[in-house]
Design a protein around this ligand. Sequence first.
Ligand SMILES: Nc1ncnc2c1ncn2[C@@H]1O[C@H](COP(=O)(O)OP(=O)(O)OP(=O)(O)O)[C@@H](O)[C@H]1O
Ligand SMILES: C[C@@](O)(CCOP(=O)(O)O)CC(=O)O
Length: 497
Amino acid sequence: MTTTVVSAPGKVLIAGGYLILDQKYTGLVISASSRFYAVIQDCQQPGQAGQIIVRSPQFIGAEWTYSVTIHDDGTVDVSQTSESKNKFVYYALKYTLIVASERLSSVGSARSLRDSLQHGLDIAAVGDNDFYSQQAKLRELNLPSTVASLASITPFCPQDVRLDNVNKTGMGSSAALITSVVSALLLRFKVITREEFYRPDSDARKLAHNTAQFVHCFAQGKVGSGFDVSAAVFGSQLYTRFNPVLLDGLMKGGDVSPMLPLSPALSPGGQWDYRMVPIQLPPLVRLLLADVSAGSDTPSLASKVLKWRQEKADEADALWAAIDTSNQTLATQLRHLFDLHERQSDLYASAVNRMSSAPLSEWLGGATPSERSVVQAFLDLRKTSENTRALMRQMGKAAGDDVHIEPDTQTELLDASIAQKGVICGGVPGAGGYDAIWLLVFEPNNGTSEPLSAVEKLWEQFPNVSPLLATESKDGGAKVEDIDKVPGLRAVVQIRR
Ligand SMILES: Nc1ncnc2c1ncn2[C@@H]1O[C@H](COP(=O)(O)OP(=O)(O)OP(=O)(O)O)[C@@H](O)[C@H]1O
Ligand SMILES: C[C@@](O)(CCOP(=O)(O)O)CC(=O)O
């Protein structure tokens, strides 16, 4: 039996929150090593033709069933047959099936969609542990809040709650879920091939991206910036959004509008004007995320910031221009560090090893003359990141008393974190608020993990703060997987609750 598996990474927006909603600006998004997996198999029981079961075995009661009818003219109907509903899953199935049917009909292979569904499909959707807070699990197991503890717990750890009640960590579960399901279905239905999908700039990958963007917008009921879907598809990048107008026609009328045909609107081409420039963190630098278990309401923060921007256009334009300059500088400095490593990797490594165990005030003084350019580049990065933080705090204050982009408690946590030896810089991701922070810390190649340990020790003093396991994705965006090469994946897919 063939198993189709596609994984898609979670994300952290380290620069460009709010600004990224406007096509004039960009955002710097890092894809995380934590992934969502969509695993598609034929149904085991006979008599399931045209049925699709989607399950999330990590959760209680997370099973949704659908019935698919493919008409002779090639049109497709998808109805939800289970009482329990999941909008994100439903629209991912429905619109991917429509795109598939339109594309396959146009090349005379309409039958192949029916063939793909002749035994029915069983789809399991599971997320790496980092998508959901594991603080309670660690307490239950009497384990300290460390990266090592997180690495020791069962992969795809079952949660004793329903999906609606889970504590998410803000890594973009819905975007990664939709990207993995849409891409896996396009492959399963042979709309795209594995070889095409493998190439980052292929039309196959772009079709998966455009379809996932549309599904995500439709399920959310609004057209967001789409940086989370873009990162799930393409990996870490400097992202410039697509013009939201291009989805207007498809979004109108909600679920009742027939919205056909979809394929021309979602096919790769001129009208999809997003831009993405791949980016990578420099070597020997680790992304470290904290799960801060105190939620904040991103949509309400965003609506308040946008209202302020409308009312105080001049003030907002000036501040956004300054934030954008700072964000662009950050991206340039990351690239410069990458180049320094390419040109002089030994010097780069020895400078990093030294800085890893020294307080910031001694970075420059402790460096050899030839290491200084590397040290200075890291100092510049920190300065820029601190500048962005200050400007984001300023924006929060300007937008209103209740717009806590970097709340005082987060300022305290961040200031204490970046004061640790070997911590380069940090901030609040995305829209900010209370629920997470990101740090860049040195990961020296001399076998020590001093910076990570120092931060873990510090965070022990903050009751609701714990590290996540994720680092930057080494594998870029969405990818086809072998079920047996992902630890714990086959086991979780076999769970029936
Ligand atoms: N494991 C899962 N299985 C099925 N659906 C899921 C799963 N995880 C998330 N979802 C879907 O995604 C929705 C959550 O979307 P929402 O936009 O609220 O979160 P998000 O902003 O992506 O989350 P976060 O960024 O905090 O991870 C859920 O209501 C559910 O429909
Ligand atoms: C405020 C916003 O710019 C960023 C939200 O990011 P996050 O979900 O907080 O990571 C919204 C968006 O880009 O869709």
